[in-house]
Write a protein that binds this ligand. Structure first.
Ligand SMILES: *[C@@H]1O[C@H](CO)[C@@H](O)[C@H](O)[C@H]1NC(C)=O
Ligand SMILES: *[C@@H]1O[C@H](CO)[C@@H](O)[C@H](O)[C@H]1NC(C)=O
Ligand SMILES: *[C@@H]1O[C@H](CO)[C@@H](O)[C@H](O)[C@H]1NC(C)=O
Ligand SMILES: *[C@@H]1O[C@H](CO)[C@@H](O)[C@H](O)[C@H]1NC(C)=O
Ligand SMILES: *[C@@H]1O[C@H](CO)[C@@H](O)[C@H](O)[C@H]1NC(C)=O
Ligand SMILES: *[C@@H]1O[C@H](CO)[C@@H](O)[C@H](O)[C@H]1NC(C)=O
Ligand SMILES: [Ca+2]
Length: 532
């Protein structure tokens, strides 16, 4: 009896867990042990890591060099109190230094710490500063980015992002107190965007106007408001958002990044024009940059950890890679797919399958489908991708050859032969990419001609040339295809004198004469006889 009740309790506990998972629908768990009539088995779910405060893992770079204040030490004033300029920035004194790290520290003691730039003493030259935040990992925003400016928010700035670890950049949002003047753009609010425009890059005036440096310090990149376009004002319909994430092109990518960059283009001015007589009150100071995001793991990981200097997804579902974007070795029966939020609320894990786990269906990662051919009793892959063919997509398609430096399950396993259509017999090539050439052509793709041949819609044998097949008796070779003879000569190489009627034609050469010439000769000789 106790044994039974224990297993009943276990079952109840398990189904309670199931119930919690189902109602959460948060994609936090990748797998769970479930009991069936046959015992317990693993069930797999689409899953994603929890949001984190990504400032903890960021690498910060500020440009140009020398933009951080304090070297040499410098006095500064504030917009609120422009004539009390007793504050000092000094990089060599810890209490007075303002290095970039202070944009991401925890401020546990309650003391606000901030990075600060030099003052605008070089006015009218613009005061420009770039802050590049790099994670070396694809991340997905889960909440608003918030940048906190002490001493006033910039009047002009751009937020940029990179999806490829800083190789290419694109604007994410423009900020200005006058969007039209700064960027020739109409000011917009995220709230006004229609669903079709949810990924539009806008210019906002919300965060750049002067309201006093103490009143409002934050500049935001609004993520929740963009979510709300699909999920409703209180984000109650997250299902709807997740469904759109799968179907709307570019929506998921819009919230994805590996790097962010703040281009600060003009500091706070205190609501008036630049006052040249006190330039020590113009500078940038940032105390915090909050980037709430989760690791992008393609719905194949529930955890993301900081290892070897970078964030890494703890891949499940037999996937691997920094973003779980490949199937593990030995689990490539089907080609890799990201997990899916659909069908809601639990999604689909789209796990990678071990070779052989789908019956005999093993396609080396080039197909997800097999079909059974009844009369020969075999299972064969259908619709092999990546230019492969064969029962397990193990061969290259006609016109492709095997890439010797790629594994059989590599996307690049087959290379196009690219045989020259005019020079080769067919589209096939051998294992090293050599095509089979027609007579006279040569080269790996049969794109060249052998000596004695010339390219003319394929390689054509030369009739004459400047070396072996010389035109004779003053004739000239025309495009290697015929000798242009002087009037007295004929023949392929102008080797024969033309019959002119007076000298007569001897039998041997008459044999080669054309019919009209022959008739002419006969006529001529008969008239000569008649006269004699
Ligand atoms: C339990 O096992 C039987 C026989 O092996 C199988 O037909 C059935 O699908 C299994 N049930 C589950 C839930 O796995
Ligand atoms: C800031 O970055 C932009 C490109 O995003 C670049 O054009 C500009 O030169 C950089 N400015 C500085 C001061 O490094
Ligand atoms: C970035 O991440 C990749 C993949 O984890 C790693 O191989 C590389 O060394 C990292 N680069 C830096 C600069 O940390
Ligand atoms: C991944 O492979 C291991 C080892 O074969 C297996 O135990 C596990 O169930 C697999 N997981 C998934 C999600 O297929
Ligand atoms: C052959 O495969 C390797 C490994 O995937 C790849 O880097 C290379 O580009 C491929 N070669 C060609 C010509 O596609
Ligand atoms: C492919 O053809 C070329 C040229 O005929 C030849 O040199 C090469 O050895 C052939 N390679 C193989 C693997 O047969
Ligand atoms: Ca700080």
């Amino acid at each position: 009896m106790p044994v039974v009740s224990l297993s009943v309790m276990l079952l109840q506990a398990l189904s309670l867990l199931q119930c919690i998972i189902l109602t959460l629908g948060q994609y936090e768990i990748c797998k769970s042990l479930v009991s069936t009539e046959n015992g317990t088995t693993w069930e797999f779910y689409a899953c994603q890591p929890k949001p984190m405060s990504m400032k903890e893992f960021v690498k910060i770079k500020v440009e140009p060099p020398g933009i951080t204040c304090g070297n040499p030490p410098e006095r500064f004033c504030t917009l609120e109190n422009p004539y009390m300029c007793s504050d000092e920035c000094d990089a060599s004194t810890p209490d007075l230094a303002h290095p970039p790290e202070l944009m991401k520290d925890r401020e546990s003691s309650g003391l606000i710490t901030y990075w600060q730039t030099v003052t605008w003493s070089r006015y009218p030259e613009p005061l420009l500063a770039n802050i590049t935040l790099s994670w070396n990992k694809s991340l997905e925003l889960t909440d608003d980015i918030q940048i906190t400016f002490e001493y006033g928010r910039p009047t002009i700035m751009i937020l940029e992002k990179s999806l490829d670890k800083g190789r290419t950049w694109q604007p994410y949002q423009y900020y200005a107190d006058d969007c039209f003047e700064a960027f020739s753009m109409e000011p917009k609010k995220v709230q006004d965007l229609s669903p079709a425009k949810a990924t539009q890059v806008i210019c906002t005036e919300e965060y750049s106007r002067w309201v006093g440096s103490k009143n409002e310090k934050n500049v935001k990149f609004e993520v929740l408001s963009r979510f709300a376009i699909f999920a409703g004002p209180k984000l109650q319909k997250m299902d709807n958002l997740y469904t759109r994430m799968e179907s709307m092109k570019g929506l998921k990518d819009f919230f994805t990044f590996t790097d962010l960059r703040l281009c600060l283009l003009r500091p706070a001015l205190g609501g008036t024009y630049v006052q040249r007589d006190n330039l020590l009150k113009y500078f940038y100071a940032i105390s915090n940059i909050e980037v709430p995001a989760r690791c992008k793991c393609n719905l194949h990981a529930g955890q993301c950890t900081f290892r070897e200097g970078s964030l890494q997804c703890e891949c499940e579902h037999n996937t691997t890679g920094q973003d779980c974007s490949r199937c593990k070795r030995g689990f490539k029966a089907k080609s890799w797919r990201p997990g899916s939020y659909l069908p809601t609320p639990n999604g689909s894990p789209n796990t990678c399958e071990a070779a052989g786990s789908l019956g005999e269906c093993e396609c080396n990662g080039h197909s997800n489908r097999c079909s059974y051919i009844d009369f020969i009793n075999i299972v064969t892959c259908v619709s092999c991708k990546h230019n492969t063919r064969g029962q397990s997509c193990q061969h290259c398609r006609l016109g492709y050859f095997r890439n010797a430096s790629a594994e059989l399950d590599d996307e690049n396993v087959c290379i196009e032969c690219n045989c020259n259509q005019l020079g080769s017999l067919h589209a096939r090539c051998n294992e090293t990419g050599f095509c089979q050439c027609k007579e006279g052509s040569t080269g790996q793709k049969c794109e060249d001609c052998l000596p004695g041949y010339n390219w003319k819609q394929g390689c054509v044998l030369n009739v004459c040339d400047d070396e072996m097949l010389l035109c004779q008796n003053g004739g000239t070779c025309f495009q290697n295809q015929k000798c242009l003879c002087l009037p007295e000569y004929k023949g392929v190489l102008c080797e024969q004198p033309r019959c002119d009627g007076e000298k007569g034609c001897d039998g041997a050469s008459a044999f080669y004469l054309s019919l009209p010439t022959m008739l002419l000769c006969l006529f001529a000789s008969s008239t000569l006889k008649d006269r004699a």
